[in-house]
Design a protein around this ligand. Structure first.
Ligand code: PEP
Length: 258
C-alpha cells in the first residue's frame, strides 16, 4: 500500500443501552470529552436507533462518527420493525456494525451477514464486520472457524468494496466480562496475524494492507494499553466500557499508536 497512514479506529457499541435519551446524552458528553486532543484516532459511536439522530444533531468534533448496530437485509417496504441502510445513511451516519455475535445468536448466518454487507456498501455505509470463535482448543480449530467466517462473509464482494474493510475480531468467550478475562495481548497478536494472512490469501495484499483489524471483548482501561502495544490492532470495538468514564482512557491508549 502506498504511504497513506491508517488512522486508528475505536467503535463504541452501546448495545441496547442506556434506558433514556438523557443518559445517552450524558454518555455522549463523555465521548466528546474523551475525543479531545486525540491525534490519530477516529471514534464511531453506535447507539440504539432512536438515539442516533438526536445525537448526530449535537455538535461533535471531526473525529467522532456515528454508526448503527444493525441494518435490514431488505432495501425498503413491508418489513415491520426493520431499519434500512439508506435510512441510516441519511441521518447522516457513516458506519454499521454487522455480524455481531449477539445478532448471530439471534439467527444471523454468514450468508445473511454477507447480504447485509452488500446492502451497506450499496448505501455507502462503512461496515465493521465482526468475527470470532465461541471457544478455543489446543488443536487450533478456532482458527478454521474464523477463516470460514471471513470467507463466507466476504468472498464474492467486489474488490472496490473490500478496500479498507474493517474487521472486528471478537472472541465470544471474552465478551462482556472484565479485563481479567479478556484475551491475552499475545493471543490477540497471533490471531490478528492469522486474520491478515487469511485476507492476503483470499483477497491479496492490497486489500489486506488497507484493512483495519480491531479487537473486541472486555477491553477496559486496565488492558487497553497492553493490547495496543502487543496486539498489533488498529483499534477496538468496545462494549460495556464505552458507556463509562473509562472510555477516555481507552481512547488515549489507542491514540498512542501511530
Ligand atoms: C461487544 O459486544 O462488541 C463487546 C466488545 O463487548 P464488551 O466490551 O462488553 O466485552
Amino acid at each position: 500500500m502506498g504511504g497513506m497512514k491508517k488512522r486508528n479506529l475505536v467503535v463504541a457499541n452501546w448495545k441496547m443501552n442506556p434506558n433514556t435519551f438523557l443518559d445517552a446524552k450524558k454518555a455522549f458528553d463523555g465521548v466528546r470529552l474523551g475525543a479531545k486532543g486525540l491525534k490519530n484516532t477516529d471514534i464511531v459511536v453506535c447507539p440504539p436507533f432512536p438515539y442516533i439522530y438526536p445525537l448526530v444533531k449535537l455538535n461533535s468534533p471531526k473525529n467522532i462518527f456515528f454508526g448503527a448496530q444493525n441494518i435490514s437485509i431488505e432495501p425498503k417496504g413491508a418489513f415491520t420493525g426493520e431499519v434500512s441502510s439508506e435510512m441510516i445513511k441519511t441521518l447522516p451516519a457513516k458506519y454499521v456494525i454487522l455480524g455481531h455475535s449477539e445478532r448471530r445468536k439471534m439467527g444471523e448466518t454468514n450468508e445473511i451477514v454477507k447480504a447485509k454487507l452488500q446492502r451497506a456498501f450499496g448505501a455507502d455505509l462503512v461496515p465493521i464486520l465482526c468475527v470470532g470463535e465461541n471457544e478455543r482448543d489446543k488443536e487450533g480449530n478456532h482458527l478454521g472457524f474464523i477463516k470460514n467466517q471471513i470467507k463466507e462473509c466476504l468472498i464474492g464482494l467486489s474488490k472496490k468494496d473490500l478496500v479498507g474493510i474493517n474487521i472486528a475480531y471478537e472472541p465470544i468467550w471474552a465478551i462482556g466480562k472484565s479485563y481479567l478475562e479478556a484475551m491475552s495481548p499475545t493471543d490477540i497478536h497471533e490471531t490478528v496475524l492469522f486474520i491478515k494472512k487469511v485476507l492476503i490469501e483470499q483477497f491479496g495484499s492490497d486489500i489486506a494492507g488497507g484493512s483495519k483489524i480491531l479487537y473486541g471483548g472486555s477491553v477496559e482501561a486496565e488492558n487497553a494499553s497492553e493490547i495496543v502495544r502487543i496486539g498489533n490492532v488498529d483499534g477496538f470495538l468496545v462494549g460495556h466500557a464505552s458507556l463509562t468514564s473509562q472510555f477516555s482512557d481507552i481512547l488515549k491508549a489507542v491514540d498512542l499508536k501511530r
